[in-house]
Ligand binder design. Sequence first.
Ligand code: SF4
Ligand code: SF4
Length: 368
Amino acid sequence: MAEKTPSTVCFASSKVKELRRDATLPAKFERLLEMYPLKDMFGNRRVAIKMHVGGDLGYTTIHPLFVRILVQTIKNAGGKPFITDGSGSQQNAVARGYTEEVLGAPFVEAAGIANQYSYEREIKYQTLDAVDLCGNIVDADAMVVFSHGKGHGHCGFGGAIKNIAMGCVAKDSRGKIHRLQGEKFTWDADKCNHCHTCVDNCPSSGAIWFDEDDILKWNDHNCRYCRHCDLACPEHAIHLSTEGIEHFQTGMALTTQKVLETFAENTVLFVTMLLNITPYCDCWGFSTPALVPDIGIAASTDIVAVEQASLDLIRFEDFIPSALPAPLSLGEGSHLFERIHGKDPYLQVACAERIGLGSRNYTLEAVD
Ligand code: SF4
Ligand code: SF4
């Protein structure tokens, strides 16, 4: 069988070789965007710029300057851009400067101001019968999936797939996708002797604890699935199943597919900012220091290729130990995010490739 042609990922490095404006990342970003046939992709079309605008005290989302450059470039190509994110994001957008005055394009709530404007699409995977896609995304003619690459407690990595699957569906659908993880942690109170071995062996702060009534509590977001608690329990009172993680990641990939199916061919561009690469998602409402030095910007018309390249670029960067928030520590794994969150971040990329969303085989084309 003939080998598939690798997808192209254009990459602008944040490294500066000369002290002049054209050698810096915003200027390279302009040149990176020019590598795409934007008039064909966006000309005379309503273009949704799908972002995750973050919340509360978070300050490491995409800098408004880059959004403004993207908006202007789309306008220059004849497109009609608007910025969008999921339910209740308007105030969060304003707090981080994502306003029409700053960006040159309006901000529109993806599912309307009451979060009720959506279109149902059938999925039929495990318990995920259908999802409600945000109406203003479906109504757009083209899209730029403008993602901030960072870690994620549930799926290891928050990039383009997570930006779409969690951010282009109504709130109830997000819950349904999360519930694909199923019953992962069980504790048999009758077997437990309250020795606290499980808690003492847990490397992740806030993942497992006994409450004031001596009931064992577990927080999926902080759990790394290392199974130390499960394996160390002398009474076999704990059972941790990791099967649900793959269902969750598959559900995200299938939802992403439904969103992308609403767009005509060659009308979606994926741009992932590999700056301020924090351990947790912007939805936490706070920021912690970057785990690795700034990397740059990756872009592709292939969502699988851009995700794979983003993860690979992070993987080979130098980890900054002092940036890890004090309660966290590194466990086992082949990727930094797996070592932090205990979840293989490549899993969602493999799922996306398996259902035909793109190729993990890519070549990097550098933008000077
Ligand atoms: S699986 Fe590991 S991280 Fe999760 S609760 Fe058990 S010991 Fe803690
Ligand atoms: S290690 Fe097992 S027996 Fe000991 S407290 Fe934890 S669940 Fe209970």
